[in-house]
Ligand binder design. Structure first.
Ligand SMILES: Cc1ncc(C[n+]2csc(CCOP(=O)(O)OP(=O)(O)O)c2C)c(N)n1
Length: 338
């Protein structure tokens, strides 16, 4: 049983392995996610988006690093904070923005909204805290059953979810049945307005939880693309070799409130400012500039391109038709009353 308290990664090794062109692609993905969140929130403030809205801003390096390391062929499951993962797995900015706007051209025909985005290999976008963890575990079971040895199931969850019973039942079964599942706790320090220390009785969460279920644990720095990339690579390698689940805790900080309606008065401006100094986009950009793989000018162009893509998505969403009222009950499962 391995414990990897702060996984050690070598930036130069990752740079050599991934190469300049692919690293810039990863930076572009992070910029697209960031601009999507900025404009999505702006559209919400203008009354164009309804329902809930949970931003992934600040956490981009985690899922971008994961997808760069593992590729899109695995099963992926996440919470309502699902915009980044959907985009990384192939949902287009247009269909995602149209989903926020509730239009027929949306990712879920305008009927799901911000919390329920889907893509090939993305089982959701699911809003019940901890409720998606058994789904990810089932996906891991299906891979094992079909003897798809190179594939795994990635389950992203918040640290607030680890006290849910469904999470513990899942970890127990995955460990008992040797399921290829990577449980990734994105510890962004807050479950809504509750600090992790007031909600979860053990610390560090990942290590202790993994120990309880007899599986390996890893801890990554969620602001650092290189650490996430190398960490996910190593964790997936272990799962492929052992067909055992692993538990990963990624230390991060969200840059926004829990959701758009949360002014986040429970944390100080100074604390947030300090955390924002480790903006994952800035860290990756600076690492590339330092190695002469990127110039400030190039970065500005990339940033502008990402912004324009998202502005075009807003135009697409605005011009898309509303769903017919008669489609409201489509896709809703409810047994008929007898
Ligand atoms: C079973 C359940 N209980 C309560 C809620 C309300 N709720 C939505 S998000 C949330 C906090 C979850 O925090 P965390 O798991 O840390 O994820 P984060 O939002 O920080 O990404 C709560 C309590 C819910 N959706 N489902």
């Amino acid at each position: 049983m391995k414990k990897n308290r702060f996984f050690k990664s070598d930036v130069d090794q990752v740079v050599d392995e991934v190469g300049s062109a692919r690293l810039k692609e990863q930076l572009m993905k992070m910029l697209l996610i960031r601009h999507f969140e900025i404009r999505g929130e702006a559209a919400y403030q203008q009354g164009k988006v309804g329902g809930f809205y949970h931003s992934y801003m600040g956490q981009e390096a985690i899922q971008v690093g994961c997808l760069a390391a593992a590729g899109p062929e695995h099963w992926y499951t996440t919470t309502y904070r699902c915009h980044a993962l959907a985009m990384l797995l192939g949902a287009t900015p247009n269909e995602m923005m149209a989903e926020l706007y509730g239009r027929t051209t949306g990712n879920a025909k305008g009927l799901g909204g911000s919390m329920h985005m889907y893509a090939d290999h993305l089982l959701g976008g699911l809003a019940i805290v901890g409720g998606h963890v058994p789904i990810a575990t089932g996906a891991a079971f299906s891979l094992k059953y079909q003897k798809k040895k190179d594939l795994a199931s990635f389950c992203f969850l918040g640290e607030g979810a680890v006290v849910q019973g469904a999470v513990h039942e899942s970890l127990n079964l995955a460990a008992l049945w040797n399921l290829p599942c990577l449980y990734v706790i994105e510890n962004n320090q807050w479950g809504m307005g509750t600090a992790v220390r007031r909600a979860v009785c053990i610390e560090p969460i990942g290590e202790n939880l993994a120990k309880a279920y007899g599986i390996s644990s890893y801890t990554f720095d969620g602001q650092d693309f290189f650490n996430c990339y190398a960490g996910f690579k190593a964790a997936l390698k272990e799962v492929a070799k052992t067909s055992r689940p692993v538990l990963i805790e990624v230390i991060t900080e969200r840059f926004r409130g829990h959701s758009i309606s949360d002014p986040a008065l429970y944390r100080s401006k100074e604390n947030l400012q300090k955390n924002m100094e480790r903006d994952p986009i800035r860290l990756l950009k600076e690492a590339l500039i330092e190695r002469n793989m990127l110039t400030e000018e190039e970065f500005k162009q990339m940033d502008q391109e990402a912004k324009e893509t998202i502005l075009a998505a807003m135009k697409f969403a605005d011009e898309s038709p509303w769903p017919e009222l008669t489609t409201l009950e489509e896709g809703v499962f409810a047994p008929e009353e007898t």
